[in-house]
Design a binder for this molecule. Structure first.
Ligand SMILES: O=C(O)CCC(=O)C(=O)O
Ligand SMILES: [Fe+2]
Length: 378
């Protein structure tokens, strides 16, 4: 591409009038990158159309699935593994995949939209971070090379866009109030919160996550946690209180877990329910059907609990309980239950969590028993 026209593309893409569309969480990245691609090409397509059609493509969320989706919208596409030399000569914009700094496996990364390469700098849109201008050398450190060249065709338009957009706006305005996350203030008194925090203090260990039925250390969950067995009248009464709230029996709760997050620590978007890789665990110990999250303090900045699919961000408040359900009536993971403990920006956040299983928890009926394993989430 000629230098001048490249500059036009870059200034057009990054202009104020062409605001990029931010992804609300990592799992939203493939949708957001495609929304931004359409926007860069000034093609009007509703978010609803992308959100309903793209995830249905075979192989989603791969680059191949994005390719198939774009072809269904009359784009001409070419998927390639590019070399750094070829990167310089691209006709932009193109979709590509970069690995995250803290990737735990080869699929951990993000799709970004390459718009230009000039004077040894690469211009790209990261849907989670906005427009980036970085030296090519540092871009190459994280770049996978996997790239999708794309070109819209004459029929890359949504014929009934205006009508669909109006319906979308109307729906958003009249959207029913969500009932999937409920808040129960003063579930604990400040004194009870203090008492729990003091009991947990000597027991903290780095929190784990569950992957393929095994517990692991993970950059996705950087907090510390402590298990509190029901071998003391006070703790035991909290299990009972939780059971009353959820209309169940205290024996169905996993061991109460306190977690503490220092500045910059977080628990990235995840489901509390166990997935198909943990079938054995589900059969033996039951699915994690519901969660009660308790905030034990609130003198810190950040650390909200975020439910991106529900557009809900719960503010931590001392003694507040947040309740949500992780599976639907058929026992399948409810996609709306995805949530995160956002990074703590200043101070220390402390929570306690009660995860409800659909089977009696293994050590819940014995006193002074060692926990089977620390409570887990992925
Ligand atoms: O810290 C939070 O706000 C969320 C914690 C969480 O998701 C969990 O413990 O499963
Ligand atoms: Fe969680």
């Amino acid at each position: 591409m000629l230098e001048d026209s490249l500059l036009d593309v870059i200034s057009d893409c990054t202009s104020e009038s062409l605001q990029w569309i931010p992804q609300s969480y990592t799992g939203d990245n493939p949708l957001a990158v495609v929304k931004n691609l359409f926007r860069v090409h000034h093609i009007k397509i509703t978010d609803t159309t992308i959100e309903t059609q793209l995830p249905k493509m075979v192989g989603y969320p791969s680059l191949g699935a994005i390719k198939r989706f774009l072809e269904s919208w009359d784009f001409t596409t070419l998927g390639l593994k590019l070399t750094p030399e070829q990167l310089m000569d691209l006709t932009y914009p193109a979709l590509t995949f970069i690995y995250e700094d803290d990737a735990e496996d080869d699929n951990d990364g993000q799709f970004v939209l390459l718009v230009g390469c000039q004077a040894k700098q690469i211009y790209y849109l990261h849907p989670g971070q906005g427009w980036q201008v970085v030296p090519i050398t540092s871009f190459l450190d994280t770049w996978s090379g996997k790239t999708l060249l794309v070109k819209p065709g004459a029929n890359s338009i949504e014929p009934d866009y205006e009508q669909k957009r109006q319906a979308e706006i109307l729906y958003q305005k009249n959207r029913p109030v969500q009932t999937k996350v409920t808040i129960h203030d003063n579930f604990l008194t400040p004194e009870e919160c203090q008492r729990l925090m003091a009991m947990a203090e000597p027991l903290y260990k780095r929190s784990l996550v569950m992957r393929k039925g095994e517990t692991h250390l993970s950059n996705k969950r950087t907090s510390f946690s402590a298990d509190l067995l029901r071998d003391n009248g006070f703790v035991s009464s909290l299990y009972q209180r939780g059971a009353t709230l959820l209309n169940t029996q205290p024996e169905y709760f996993e061991t109460l877990q306190c977690a503490t997050y220092q500045t910059n620590q977080e628990f990235r978007h995840h489901y509390d329910a166990l997935d198909e890789n943990s079938q054995n665990e589900i059969e033996s110990y039951g699915q994690r059907v519901s969660t009660i999250l308790l905030y034990l303090n609130d003198h810190f900045v950040g650390g909200q609990t975020h439910f991106p699919k529900l557009d809900v961000q719960v503010e931590p408040q001392i003694g507040r309980a947040v309740v949500f359900h992780n599976v639907d009536a058929e026992g399948q993971i409810d996609p709306d239950s995805i949530h995160a403990g956002l990074p703590v920006l200043e101070g220390t956040k402390t929570i306690a969590t009660l995860w409800l299983r659909d089977k009696v928890w293994v050590n819940s009926t014995k006193q002074n028993n060692k926990p089977l394993r620390s409570a887990i989430a992925a």
